[in-house]
Design a protein around this ligand. Structure first.
Ligand code: FAD
Length: 355
């Protein structure tokens, strides 16, 4: 999403133009309009939200988006995840509450809120926007007829053979429906995902792929700078994704909210300079900067472990350790669990604690 502030405001134009009605865009348009700025939300799709996504969020994302959970846009409620070792002999039970969204309905609910606050929605309009390099290719299938062990649990499968530098995910939507996908750095996503499905007949022997889409997600960390005079970048455009998980909905919602507030204040002051707009960047970085850079470090570390080492580590880590490591928080906690494998412990310590 690009929030472009128009310095000159002739009649019939806008103070704030938000490009892209993804999670960050709908939040930015809402907050800017709420602050009284004349705001337009421009989106190339007529019905946004169909861009491929596994649609999983942690429960905390909704309060951050200032919206209560509702069956209008929640497909399923999640109570944790099973993370499988590469050989699938070990399964870590990761606790945590979350939701699988119906993302088009979620974005529609948020864009209607922006509209009620005064933003004009212009859907079906394409702007020449700024992009950035992406590194992880995600391929997602919408499937029906899946037979999952527990429809309240996400399933995550790691291992270089299955998903080089990435993972396979199964995010249940209920009633046998699931978002099933793979994120990898190299080629062959479809071949690897089809192989995974074929080699798990217990879950997929009666399943059908209803829809298949691929999209890139930036997992290289935040851009150093994502504001300039008259402009702020948010969400994927700014690299605001948690690198190890590829999750960007929550961070994008928060970034858009802050950017919209800063845009609204800038309009009131008539100051659209990068130094004024940098308040958005400072606020976002203070919330998520360390988190994203630690997660990037964890991702780079995990890439250096072999499948055999990951099998051992999965046996010694607990769910919360994995969550902490995935989010880049306190990786030191994991080290104590590795006492039975000192050589591996040293490698983990070296990888996770290096600056
Ligand atoms: C397969 C896959 C699975 C994922 N699963 C998850 C998950 O489970 N949980 C999670 O948290 N994150 C997930 N992500 C990441 C998440 O989807 C993104 O990080 C998040 O949606 C980024 O939000 P955003 O605000 O940057 O906008 P985006 O979602 O990137 O939306 C941008 C919008 O801008 C519009 N647009 C783009 N260019 C133009 C233009 N030139 N003119 C007008 N409009 C334009 C697009 O049509 C789109 O609607 C996944 C990503 C992929 C690819």
């Amino acid at each position: 999403m690009v929030a472009a502030l128009l310095q000159q405001t002739p009649p019939d134009t806008f103070d704030v133009a938000v490009i892209g009605a993804g999670p960050s865009g709908v939040m930015a348009a809402w907050k800017a309009a709420e602050k009284g700025a004349k705001t337009i939300l421009i989106e190339r799709e007529v019905n946004p939200g169909r861009k491929v996504c596994a649609e999983g969020i942690l429960a905390e994302a909704l309060p951050d988006a200032e919206i209560a959970p509702s069956s209008d846009f929640i497909a399923n409620t999640i109570s944790g995840a099973f993370l499988y070792s590469p050989d699938e002999t070990k399964k870590v039970n990761v606790k945590g509450n979350g939701y699988i969204l119906d993302k088009p309905s979620f974005l529609q609910t948020l864009s209607k809120r922006a509209e009620r606050s005064g933003a004009i929605l212009s859907y079906g309009t394409t702007i020449n926007a700024i992009g950035r390099d992406n590194r992880l290719v995600l391929l997602g299938y919408s499937m029906t007829g899946c037979e999952l062990e527990d429809e309240r649990k996400l399933e995550i499968y790691v291992g270089h053979e299955k998903a080089p530098s990435g993972y396979v995910w199964i995010f249940p939507k209920g009633n046998g429906e699931a978002n099933v996908g793979i994120g990898i750095k190299g080629p062959n996503a479809r071949r690897l995902l089809d192989h995974f499905i074929a080699s798990h007949p217990r879950m997929f022997s009666h399943a059908k792929v209803e829809r298949s889409l691929a999209a890139p997600v930036p997992i290289g960390g935040e851009l150093d700078e994502y504001v300039a005079d008259n402009m702020m970048l948010c969400g994927d455009a700014a690299g605001q994704v948690i690198p190890l998980t590829g999750a960007g909905i929550h961070t994008s919602l928060v970034a858009g909210k802050i950017a919209g507030e800063v845009a609204g204040e800038a309009v009131k002051l008539g100051d659209y300079s990068s130094s004024r707009l940098r308040k958005y960047q400072q606020r976002f970085k203070s919330l998520y900067g360390e988190h994203i850079s630690n997660s990037l470090k964890s991702l780079e570390s995990f890439e250096r472990f072999s499948d055999e080492e990951l099998n051992i580590m999965t046996g010694y880590l607990e769910g919360q350790d994995l969550v902490d490591m995935a989010h880049g928080l306190s990786p030191r906690k994991a080290i104590g669990l590795m006492i039975h494998h000192p050589a591996l412990a040293i490698k983990v310590a070296y990888q996770l604690l290096r600056d």
